[in-house]
Structure formats: C-alpha cells, structure tokens
Design a protein around this ligand. Structure first.
Ligand code: S3P
Length: 170
C-alpha cells in the first residue's frame, strides 16, 4: 500500500526504545519513506557513531545531528527515527515541531537495559556502570520527552509488528 504523508512522523526516545525497528516496520507496511538520522550521520561522515564520538567528541556529533535533521526535515515527509539525545536540544525540538508530529516511544529502564546491554555500539554507555548511566539519562530526559506530541508506551514483551500496529491505530 502506498501512502503519502502530510508531515514527517518523528520518533523520539531512548536508545533501545525501538525507534528504528518500529519506524522501518511502519514505513514498510505503508510504502512511505523511512529515514534514520544516526544512519544518515554515519553515511555522511563515512564513520560509525562510535568513531565520531571517539575522534571528534559528543559536541561535534550534536552539531552534525542538527545539520542532518535539518536536511531530513526539509525533504518530503517520511517516518524519521532520531538518536536518543536529539530531542534534548531545543533547536531540534523546534525543527521537529515545525515539520512533523513527534512521537515518544516511552519504554521502561529494564526493557531498555535488556535490549542495549549486549551491544557495545552506544558510546554513551561505555562507562563503568552502563545501567546506572541509562537510569541517569532516563531521569534527565523523560521530563523533556514528555513534550512530544504523542506519548506512546513501547512495551517490553510486544513484538515490533504488534507495536507498529498499535501505533498506527493511535
Ligand atoms: C544517543 C543515542 C544513539 C546515538 C548516539 C547518542 C543518545 O542513538 O545517536 O549514540 O544520546 O541517547 P539511538 O537512540 O538510536 O541508539
């Protein structure tokens, strides 16, 4: 089925919330474009996110993130998956509010931890206590994620397909 989106649908939330998996599933089902800001940053830099953090630091990454989001949001509407920190920048929130509907995939600590613990790809979790870091990020970010247009619970036990169906219904 091919649809045309009137606005971007921008998925926000923590690493491990399922933004990429759910976003690409919805896009596939509806025949609309899917864009992943982290993947675009990596393609533009020809480096992984971890390499960018290591070589140029987080501040540089955040500037790139805003540039790439600006470009994505200026393009025809798509389902957009953002990195977990993108929504924390007021400039990015303004850009997203102008161009689309923001959807927070709201997920609890245990589910997030279960999903991200195996992976070493998240530079922010390369700490002595990654679960504690994740919990601290949740405390810091959830009050700001609340500002999204839609607060959508992403439940641990649900499949990507079931979550995508629930989200489309909403
Ligand atoms: C980050 C999340 C990552 C990536 C970068 C920083 C964050 O994206 O953008 O490692 O600040 O939470 P995902 O949320 O897709 O893992």
């Amino acid at each position: 089925m091919n649809h045309r989106l009137g606005r971007h649908i921008v998925l926000i939330g923590m690493m491990g919330a399922g933004k990429t998996a759910i976003g690409s599933e919805i896009a596939r089902r509806y025949g609309v474009n899917f864009t992943d800001s982290d993947a675009e940053i990596e393609a533009a830099a020809a480096m992984s996110i971890s390499e960018i953090f290591e070589r140029d630091g987080e501040e540089f990454f955040r500037r790139r993130e805003t540039q790439i989001l600006t470009r994505i949001l200026a393009a025809p509407p798509s389902i957009v998956s953002t990195g977990g920190g993108a929504w924390m920048q007021p400039r990015n929130r303004d850009l997203i509010a102008e161009a689309g509907l923001s959807v927070w995939l709201n997920c609890d600590l245990e589910t997030l931890w279960h999903r991200v613990r195996q992976r070493s790809t998240r530079p922010l979790l390369k700490t002595a206590d990654p679960k504690g870091t994740l919990a601290r990020l949740i405390d810091e970010r959830y009050p700001v994620y609340q500002l999204a247009d839609l607060n959508f619970p992403s439940r641990g036990g649900d499949s990507v397909e079931a979550t995508a169906t629930r989200l489309i219904e909403e």
